[in-house]
Design a protein around this ligand. Structure first.
Ligand code: HEM
Length: 481
C-alpha cells in the first residue's frame, strides 16, 4: 500500500495537531489517521472532512490494531469501487494483510467485519450470483402489505408494554426491538423462540462478556431452524433458501440466515432511532409532519442521506494495481466504502441543508452487485413502526434537552444510546394483551421442545414458565415486567 509519508500528510492536512496535543493519538506512526479511538468515536463526520481536505476523495486510514486501509470519501469514487467487482473484489482472501501478518485472526476485533465466511457478502462473480439469488428470492417472497401487517402487530405489542407509564426510552424499548422481532419472524423462527433469540441477538452486538455465548446460541437456534424447516417447510426465508435451485448446503443456509439477521437488525434499528430523533427534535420535521408537508417516508430518506445507519461499509480488496481518486492502490489493498462521507460530498450535494425529498440516490444501501437486497424491508419496518408510534402517542416529546443525547460510535456505525420521551399515559390497545400465538409444536411425550440456552447466555436455561406467553417472557428478559 502506498501511503504518503508522514511529513507530506502533515503539511497537506494543515489541521493535524502539534506533537504533545492529545488529538495526536488519532494519527498512526506513518501519518495515517486512525478510524478508531476517541477522535473517530467523538466526531466521525468531522474526521471525514479533515481527511477529505488533506487527501481528496480517497484517504489512507488505520483500523483497529493500526491495520491499513483506504477510506473512499468521494461519492463517485464510492460508486466506482462498489460497481467494479472485477477490479475491487468482495472476497477478503484477496487482502495481502493475511500473508504479511498485519492482523491476528484469533484476536482481532476486525474479524466479524473482514473475515471470510461462506456467504454472499464474501463472494464475487458467479458464486455471488448463486448465493445472492437465493437470498433475494427469500426476501422477495413477502409482499409489502404482508410485512407491514406483521410489523403493525409487533409494534402494537411493544408499545402496549410502556404506553400506560407516560414515559419510555425509545432506543431500548422500541427501536431495538421491532426490527429483531420482525426479522426473526420472517426467517421462520416460531414466536415461541422469539424472546430468548431477541435477547441473545441484541447481546451479540453489544460485545459484552456474554456475547460469545449469545453468538453460539443464535447459531444453534438457526441450526435447529434449518433442521425443522427441512422437515416442514413454510412461507419464510429459511424454507425459501433451501428450496432455491442454487442448491445451498445446510451450512450455507445457516450462514445466510445469520447474515440476514445481522445485516438487517442493527442497520434498521439505527435508522429508526435516527428518524425518531429527527422527528422529535427538528421543528421542521415535527411541524411539517403534523401539517402534512413532509411524509414519514421522506423523513426516512432524509436520514438515510444525512445519518447512514452504516457510516463505513467493509470492504473491497484490489485485484490489481490501479489509481483511484489520485491515490496509487496496490494489489491486495483494502478499501472501505465511506457511505456517510460520500453522501455529503460537495460534488453531488453542494447545499447539504437543502431537503432531499424523494431522492434515493444516496449510498446508504451501497451500490453495485452487493447493494443491500433488504432495503425495502428496512424502510418498511422503520416507516410503519414509527407511524404506529406517532399515531398511538401523538403528544410524544423528548423528555431531556436535545444537547444531552449521546452516541456510541465505532469505525462502522454510530448509535444513539437513548431517546427518553414522555407522553400522556394511554391504556394498552387490547385489554387482554397481545393476540394469542400458536401453541409450540408438541413432541411425542407431549412436552413442547425447549431449546436450552448456553450457560452464561442471557436468560440462562429456559425456566419452568416456558409456557408463559412469549411476550411476558420477552418483557421479563428485557427487564420490562
Ligand atoms: C435501513 C436498513 C439497512 C441498511 C442501511 C442496510 C445497508 C446495507 C449495506 C450498506 C450493505 C453492504 C453492501 C455492500 O457490501 O456493498 C448491505 C448488505 C446486505 N443487506 Fe442490508 N441494510 C439494511 C437493512 C437490511 C435488511 C432489513 C435486510 C434483510 C432483511 C438486509 C440484508 C442484507 C444482505 C443479505 C446484504 C448482503 C448483500 C450482498 O453481499 O450481496 N439489509 N446492507
Amino acid at each position: 500500500m502506498t501511503f504518503p509519508p508522514a511529513e507530506h500528510a502533515t503539511a497537506q492536512a494543515g489541521r493535524i495537531p502539534p506533537p504533545g496535543c492529545p488529538a495526536h493519538a488519532a494519527t498512526g506512526t506513518d501519518g495515517a489517521t486512525r478510524l478508531y479511538g476517541e477522535a473517530a468515536a467523538t466526531d466521525p463526520m468531522g474526521l471525514y472532512e479533515e481527511l477529505r481536505a488533506a487527501h481528496g476523495p480517497v484517504a489512507p486510514v488505520l483500523l483497529d490494531g493500526d491495520v491499513r486501509a483506504w477510506l473512499v470519501l468521494g461519492y463517485l469514487e464510492n460508486r466506482d469501487v462498489a460497481s467494479r467487482p472485477t477490479q475491487f473484489s468482495r472476497d477478503p482472501r484477496v487482502w495481502h494483510g493475511w500473508r504479511t501478518g498485519e492482523i491476528d485472526p484469533a484476536t482481532s476485533p476486525l474479524m466479524p467485519m473482514i473475515g471470510w465466511r461462506p456467504d454472499c457478502v464474501c463472494a464475487d462473480g458467479e458464486e455471488h450470483q448463486r448465493l445472492r439469488g437465493a437470498v433475494t428470492a427469500g426476501l422477495g417472497q413477502f409482499d409489502h402489505r404482508g410485512v407491514r401487517r406483521h410489523i403493525t402487530r409487533f409494534a402494537h405489542q411493544v408499545i402496549d408494554g410502556f404506553c400506560e407509564k407516560g414515559e419510555a426510552e425509545l432506543v431500548g424499548q422500541f427501536t431495538e426491538h421491532l426490527p429483531m422481532l420482525t426479522l426473526i419472524h420472517l426467517l421462520g423462527m416460531s414466536d415461541e423462540d422469539a424472546p430468548e433469540l431477541v435477547h441473545a441477538a441484541r447481546d451479540l452486538f453489544k460485545a459484552t462478556e456474554t456475547s460469545l455465548a449469545s453468538n453460539a446460541f443464535v447459531l444453534e437456534s438457526l441450526e435447529r431452524l434449518v433442521t425443522a424447516k427441512r422437515a416442514h417447510p413454510g412461507h419464510d426465508i429459511a424454507s425459501a433458501l433451501m428450496a432455491h435451485p442454487a442448491g445451498l448446503t445446510d451450512e450455507e443456509v445457516k450462514h445466510h440466515l445469520r447474515l440476514v439477521l445481522l445485516a438487517g437488525y442493527e442497520t434498521t434499528a439505527n435508522l429508526m432511532s435516527n428518524v425518531l430523533r429527527m422527528v422529535l427534535t427538528d421543528p421542521r420535521f415535527r411541524g411539517s409532519l403534523a401539517g402534512g408537508q413532509m411524509t414519514l417516508p421522506e423523513a426516512v430518506e432524509q436520514v438515510l442521506w444525512d445519518e447512514p445507519p452504516l457510516m463505513v461499509c467493509p470492504a473491497r480488496w484490489a485485484n490489481s494495481d490501479t489509481t483511484l481518486g489520485g491515490q496509487e492502490i496496490r494489489t491486495g489493498d483494502m478499501l472501505l466504502l465511506g457511505l456517510a462521507a460520500g453522501n455529503v460530498d460537495q460534488a453531488i450535494r453542494p447545499d447539504p441543508a437543502a431537503p432531499v425529498h424523494h431522492n434515493r440516490a444516496h449510498l446508504s444501501f451501497s451500490a453495485g452487485t452487493h447493494e443491500c437486497p433488504g432495503q425495502d424491508i428496512g424502510r418498511i419496518i422503520a416507516d410503519a413502526g414509527i407511524d404506529i408510534l406517532l399515531t398511538r402517542l401523538p403528544d410524544v416529546v423528548l423528555s431531556v434537552p436535545e444537547e444531552s443525547l449521546t452516541w456510541r460510535s465505532s469505525t462502522w456505525a454510530r448509535h444513539l444510546t437513548a431517546l427518553p420521551v414522555s407522553f400522556s399515559p394511554r391504556p394498552p390497545r387490547a385489554d387482554d394483551g397481545p393476540a394469542p400465538l400458536p401453541a409450540p409444536p408438541v413432541q411425542s411425550d407431549g412436552v413442547p421442545p425447549v431449546p436450552p440456552m448456553p450457560p452464561g447466555a442471557p436468560g440462562g436455561a429456559r425456566r419452568p414458565e416456558a409456557r408463559a406467553s412469549w411476550w411476558t417472557r420477552l418483557k421479563r428478559l428485557l427487564g420490562g415486567g
